[in-house]
Design a protein around this ligand. Sequence first.
Ligand SMILES: Cc1ncc(COP(=O)(O)O)c(C=O)c1O
Length: 383
Amino acid sequence: MRSEFLPFTRPDVTDGDIAEVIGVLKSGWLTNGPKNAAFEEKMCEYTGCKNAVALSSATAGIHILLTALGIGPGDEVITPSLTWVSTANMIVLAGAKPVFAEIDRDTMLVTPESVEACITERTKLIVPVHYTGVPVDLDGIRAVADKHRIPVVEDAAHALGTFYKGRHIGTGNTALYSFHAIKNITCGEGGMLTTNDDSLLAKIKMLKFHGLGVDAFDRQNKGRSPQAEVFEPGYKCNLTDICAALGFSQLLRINQINARRTALARRYRELFADIEGVEPLHDPAGYDFTHSWHLFVIRVTSDKISRDAFMTRLKELNIGTGMHFRAIHLQKYYREKMGFKPGDLPATEWNSDRICSLPLFPAMTTADVEAVVTAIKHVLAHA
Ligand SMILES: Cc1ncc(COP(=O)(O)O)c(C=O)c1O
């Protein structure tokens, strides 16, 4: 057993990151200002998308995006059930209905076919998730969306550094990134919306800051124009420069961070090749991609131990794990108020009962990966 606890994740914060944040604290401008602008520009440069807006979280992003698209009562939004609850919650809070697309059992990604099966005349938006950092079949999903004239917003919370057919994901649509503390790069909390759509950009910028026609910081005015007025009541979802400085500094290292995550994930894959009782995710076939390795997810398939007991046993052996995610459609509110029930989404439910995310963060060593797999073998052998 390890002498020290190995957490499931740990943010990669360098002295350079800390110096950037201190620089903002000393600058006299703490809320969104020049560091937001620099972070947004760097995101455009890195992803190849035309516009980017920094936000307080990806959840705030989906919230104001639904408002910007005028989605409300009577409308439906398609997304998977195995995602973070915020997407479905925001859809419900907007007065609309989440419609959960089934995932492929092996890749845990929604497919063009599963998305198309959910489309009705009330569908107003499709939000596929690049789960764990693997892209969905974007061309296939876009073809379905275009046929029915429905916009696509990619949930790229896991996918900074994910490329699909040679281009960064998100470049053909609107995408939402998360910089929550466990993400590949972090601001503590934060998010970014990228889009090529200039009119959507203008609405998001307005809605993120009270519905004023300006930002908190106006470069020409060297502050905020005091005459700014409300165009439409909006929200307060701007990112502070304290957070943006951390995100900006980390974004400069994204390739290095993802390369380290990839090396660790490859070692996991090699070690799992001949172990029965757990099954890593499979890669999707039919398109080229690079994986940003936000998560390393296995499914506990052994009939001798449940996933929950497996996680408890690993914790007793000083190894932390996570669960991404518990199917939304079977959670209390969605069962009781929205009528979803077991059996609605068999592949989603099969995975929801078995998934477990293993430790994966840049400061881990190959020996740490080997220790996790040794502990898993021990747990399975003594189940
Ligand atoms: C797939 C997915 N979508 C959306 C979110 C929401 O991101 P945030 O925490 O920045 O609001 C998360 C966060 O964990 C996520 O994993």
